[in-house]
Design a protein around this ligand. Structure first.
Ligand code: ACO
Length: 182
């Protein structure tokens, strides 16, 4: 990334409108401002922006979820939305945002990261593949316009001696995020 010009940091509440606008400009699937605000309040450590000379160039929003497996519940990180403004693309900004949330997730005991992406969204699929994500399922008619999504997942090895309790209160099973698309 052009690190000299771009900083990745947590979003402030007064910047949520900017992110709502970036989401509307960059993606056909949009969440309500209310949903962005809920995510900001519940998972501030996973709601990040990339700032370039005072301009918000992109954002990432994710949350932790508990998922039942045969023997136990595992903690997963769900990348809900990421976008970079067109003029800032191909500078490694999305990579930086993804890597930053991944680093935080590893420290908080997350064992798997997953996301949904439109089957036609070639740039995003390439980005995720480059970062080690694999397509594990097709979610038929996931989007409101009927398009299918790929489920993409990445296993991560949680490090030992982590403060798993840190975000335990924020971790619970939630409704699917496509329920919040407007
Ligand atoms: N075509 C092919 N590969 C691409 C493209 C593209 N247009 N864009 C990124 N990639 C791949 C490449 O492998 C690239 O590495 P390289 O530049 O060394 O070849 C790699 O991704 C990393 O690219 P970045 O520069 O880190 O990505 P960028 O900051 O440009 O953002 C993003 C990528 C987020 C997909 C951007 O194009 C975007 O905002 N698109 C619209 C919104 C969107 O589709 N968001 C994802 C929806 S799914 C979800 O939110 C869970």
């Amino acid at each position: 990334m052009n690190q000299a010009a771009c900083a990745i940091r947590r979003i402030n509440e007064n910047e949520i409108d900017n992110v709502v606008n970036i989401n509307r400009e960059c993606l056909p699937e949009n969440y309500s401002r209310f949903f962005f605000t809920q995510m900001y309040k519940a998972f501030p450590q996973y709601f990040l922006i990339a700032e370039d000379k005072g301009e918000i160039a992109g954002y990432i929003m994710a949350r932790t979820e508990l998922s039942p497996t045969f023997l136990k519940f595992i903690k997963k990180l769900h990348i809900i939305s990421i976008a970079v403004l067109p003029k800032h693309r191909r500078r490694g900004i999305a990579t930086g945002l993804m890597e930053t949330v991944e680093e935080r997730a590893v420290k908080q005991g997350v064992e798997k990261i997953f996301l949904e992406v439109r089957v036609t969204n070639y740039p995003a699929i390439q980005l995720y593949k480059k970062l080690g994500y694999k397509i594990t399922n097709i979610l038929k008619g996931y989007y409101r316009d009927g398009e299918d999504a790929y489920l993409m997942e990445k296993e991560i090895n949680p490090e030992k001696n982590l403060d798993h309790a840190m975000d335990a209160r924020q971790t619970e099973i939630k409704e699917p995020t496509n329920a919040y698309l407007v």
